[in-house]
Design a protein around this ligand. Sequence first.
Ligand SMILES: *Cc1c(COP(=O)(O)O)cnc(C)c1O
Length: 380
Amino acid sequence: MKFKTLAIHAGYDPKEHFGAVMTPIYQTSTFAFHGPGEHGPFDYSRSGNPTRKALESCLAALEGGTAGFAFATGMAAETTLLMMFEAGDTIVVHEDLYGGTYRLFESVLANKRIHAHYVDLRNLAKFAEALAAAPKAVWVESPTNPLMNLVDIRAVSDLAHRRGALVICDNTFLSPYFQQPLELGADIVVHSTTKYINGHSDVVGGGLVVKDPGLAERIYFLQNAMGTCAGPQDCFLVLRGIKTLAVRMEEHNRNALEIARWLEKHPQVSAVLHPGLESHPQHMLALRQAQGFGGTFSFRVRGGEDAVKRALSRLRVFTLAESLGGVESLIEHPCTMSHASVPPDVQAKMGITPDLIRVSVGLEDVGDLIADLDAALASK
Ligand SMILES: *Cc1c(COP(=O)(O)O)cnc(C)c1O
């Protein structure tokens, strides 16, 4: 079955739930046993819950995996996954990545002697050098947040696998509708379902999807042992969001590209970082590895910090807020907001400078969005 059909039906059969067309919310902590030691398919909601199961199966189907796992947040998914590794292990991490992932590696895992070795994975020769130190895994994000750099997932996977390293790909920005990392060679897909997958800015959630049954078994063990799973109400909301993922992604993509093209011609804008623009240095890779560009991108404003602050305070339709992927348009200032946990020298090295603004383009009328930006960017 095709993606749009799977998004609406995968993982759920009404016949198993009294014919209920929408997945019921099994708001229960525990399940009755048939007899001592004899339980049905579920026994305790940390170990498994039918609403969560429906979401997990759906995520697996959409990413082309064999098993999916739903977590309380994207960071809970990442933390659980990274508990697969042990003190002394090294993970090669793409140097430009989500601020929370950076904080997890630097302020939590480093203390447990799980080391992140940061490499610009756009440079495959540098990655090949890093592989000589026998890392256990490589962590890829593509496109990256907020700089919209791409990593060639297939090339990185081929190199990593020759050295026995696992490939982990955070696919939050494009969602499985536009990019399928397992198909490109990755072993584990990470999601913050908070973003496009849920799509309505009313849930925090996370997901993992794998193909290999051995990996699935290890992740299931950790999810249950650590208790990082998502609750049934949140799973229901994410499932409801997924049903419209395809139509939402098409519209996010269309609106964002139109705004990016408009910004590129604006005199107050010095650069637009969007992989769908011919000016993006990795535009060809974007066309090859993904079926769309998503709805989030960044741009740089002329006139220093005053101009940035003025623009951000004038907006009427865009809301000044972190996060992305919802139906409403959000705008934010990475260096003081989403990436404030990244030290200033690292920010500067990466290119997260004060002139950088990130937008998550929503599903409002694109003309209204452009008019809002135009008024905000006016020099007077
Ligand atoms: C938001 C986000 C996360 C973390 O997810 P939470 O649901 O906020 O815990 C991880 N990776 C990326 C790319 C994100 O945008």
